[in-house]
Design a protein around this ligand. Structure first.
Ligand code: 6PG
Length: 246
């Protein structure tokens, strides 16, 4: 059973997440000399990213040893207000001394299979993988859509059952546009996964994910079970409103 921490507000949730980020990052650097994180998009992570770019968290995190990837990206250029890369840049990356070559942006401009292959190659090169290995992130952040999607793994789509690719570009029927996303096997190979969920509009999806019948094709977050790692859900009171076990 995943750990669930319920906080009164998103800001308090973000404080909890920041403390975990710093702890995981410093442990990773102490053990392996590097901290690899996959950022989540959307709006929920904004307060966390803003906290990590400010004191006391900024000076506690090992930015020189931090390597950033994304869990997913929209089909937009990096300058687009919808870009997950732009959101992270504005709230975090341009405010911390991370090394530019340690920022691995997903090219949302031309989401095609070539972009998926290119990001897969970036992962394989950075993690020094052979063909049968999966990247093992120290920390992967996730949001939850009100329809239960995580990253850009949408219910009822091929992404919810793809166990052979690291990165997938596909046309999301619910959106009518392409998305690029890391896949379930990558999330399940992580050392730590933190889900960030806030807002009353997520209450239904969160309750169904955490307490509903196991149906991962409909609730992909149910398939997040790190093989040798931890999963914690940091949620606010509004999103937890429909949970019975609280
Ligand atoms: C994205 C995200 C996505 C997000 C959820 C929740 O690209 O949209 O990666 O999975 O986490 O849609 O979004 P909010 O945080 O904006 O509610």
């Amino acid at each position: 059973m995943a750990e669930i921490n319920i906080h009164p507000t998103l800001d308090e949730l973000a404080q909890d997440a920041a403390g975990r980020w710093v702890e995981i990052a410093n442990q990773a650097v102490a053990e392996r000399g590097v901290f690899r994180i996959a950022l989540a998009g959307g709006s929920t992570p904004r307060p966390l990213y803003t906290l990590m770019a400010s004191e006391p968290w900024r000076s506690q995190a090992p930015w020189a040893e931090t390597v950033v990837f994304w869990g997913d990206e929209r089909r937009v250029p990096p300058s687009d207000p919808e870009s997950n890369y732009r959101m992270a840049q504005e709230t975090l990356l341009q405010h911390v001394p991370i090394l530019p070559h340690n920022i691995y942006r997903m090219d949302g401009e031309e989401l095609a299979n070539s972009a998926a292959r290119e990001y897969t190659n970036k992962l394989m090169r950075h993690f020094e993988l052979d063909r049968r290995e999966w990247p093992r992130f120290d920390l992967m952040l996730l949001g939850l859509g009100s329809d239960g999607h995580i990253a850009s793994i949408f219910p009822g789509t091929r992404a919810a059952s793809d166990l052979s690719n690291m990165v997938l570009v596909y046309s999301v029927p619910q959106l009518g546009v392409e998305r690029m996303t890391l896949t379930l096997p990558v999330f399940n190979n992580a050392r730590n996964v933190i889900g960030l969920v806030a807002g009353a509009d997520k209450a239904e999806a969160l309750a169904a994910t955490l307490e509903g019948r196991y149906q991962p094709s409909t609730h992909p977050a149910q398939a997040i079970k790190p093989v040798d790692g931890s999963l914690v859900w940091l949620v606010d009171e509004a999103a937890a409103a429909k949970l019975t076990s609280r």
